[in-house]
Write a protein that binds this ligand. Structure first.
Ligand SMILES: C[S@@+](CC[C@H](N)C(=O)[O-])C[C@H]1O[C@@H](n2cnc3c(N)ncnc32)[C@H](O)[C@@H]1O
Length: 270
């Protein structure tokens, strides 16, 4: 039996027998077969996911941040994020690129939930001595947003707290500013005076996505980046509509990513 076949049989055995276990996933994501390193994980939609890590990581041992961030990215969210290392790599590579190009500004996320993607932003913001503004109700969706295109969506994401997010983010928490409450009502004069180099919008619904694009785009220098989750996932048509309207009005163009939940992103060019 080939090495690869042996590995797949072993992996299947693990996943059949066991409930998701962080220790196993941590070990598997760096499984090495004949000099090849694969990333492995679970997701809701497929029993496991197997793909190469980037050559830069395997062949040249670049981006060691992956090893610290994979456990944070999957903490309390293993089923959804365990097999979505494409998304984690997109954040790592692009945050580093924006910083390497010297794009000025703080980082921000609207839609934090348990802090999985916030932990990535916090890591790179801290490395460059920037702040990360983390906007969320930390109590899930609010009724006010569940209207129009989102009227049939269910209340969700109330199972979190700032305390939990702080633990997921860990030592980089010192550079985080938590903004608790209903966005955009929580925007302060201090937030208005800042520039934003990296913004993650992951709030699922039309109204906050629309408001987030308007607020942060105006305060982003050219070359800054937006990560827009769920654009092509087909789960969140309100968020997609807000992004489509924004692109039409601003003239910016998104690029779609082949990650689990259809992220898109764009770097400000205009
Ligand atoms: C999909 S979750 C975010 C997931 C997160 N980025 C991660 O890494 O797992 C969506 C979040 O958006 C938040 N949210 C949605 N609408 C909001 C609003 N108007 N103001 C503040 N937070 C909002 C919800 O509370 C929820 O925590």
């Amino acid at each position: 039996m080939s090495e690869l076949k042996k590995f797949l049989v072993k992996l299947k055995g693990y996943l059949k027998k066991r409930t998701p276990d962080q220790r196993i996933l941590n070990r598997l994501h760096t499984q090495e077969i004949k000099g090849m390193i694969f990333k492995v994980g679970r997701s809701k939609s497929s029993p496991f996911f197997l793909a190469y890590h980037p050559d830069s990581y395997f062949a040249f041992r670049a981006h060691p941040e992956f090893d610290e961030l994979y456990p944070r990215f999957t903490a309390h969210n293993e089923v959804n994020n365990g097999g979505d290392s494409t998304r984690l790599w997109a954040f790592i590579l692009n945050c580093k690129q924006v910083l390497a190009e010297g794009i000025q500004g703080d980082f921000a996320e609207l839609g934090v939930w348990r802090g999985n993607t916030a932990s990535i932003l916090a890591k790179f913001a801290t490395s460059a001595n920037r702040k990360v503004l983390l906007y969320d109700t930390f109590e899930g969706f609010k009724e006010n947003d569940l209207t129009g295109i989102d009227a049939q969506k269910e209340m969700d994401f109330n199972n979190t707290s700032i305390d939990l997010v702080g633990k997921v983010i860990g030592e980089n928490n010192a550079n985080c500013i938590y903004v608790k409450g209903f966005f955009p009502d929580t925007i302060t004069d201090d937030h208005r005076t800042r520039q934003y180099a990296v913004v993650s919008l992951d709030c699922d619904l039309y109204a906050p996505t629309k408001a987030g694009l308007a607020f942060f785009y105006e305060r982003m220098p050219k070359g800054g980046i937006f990560f827009l989750h769920d654009y092509s996932s087909l789960h969140w048509n309100g968020s997609k509509l807000a992004i489509d309207e924004f692109c039409k009005e601003s003239g910016e163009h998104i690029i779609l990513m082949p990650d689990k939940s259809g992220s898109a992103f764009f770097r400000k060019t205009l």
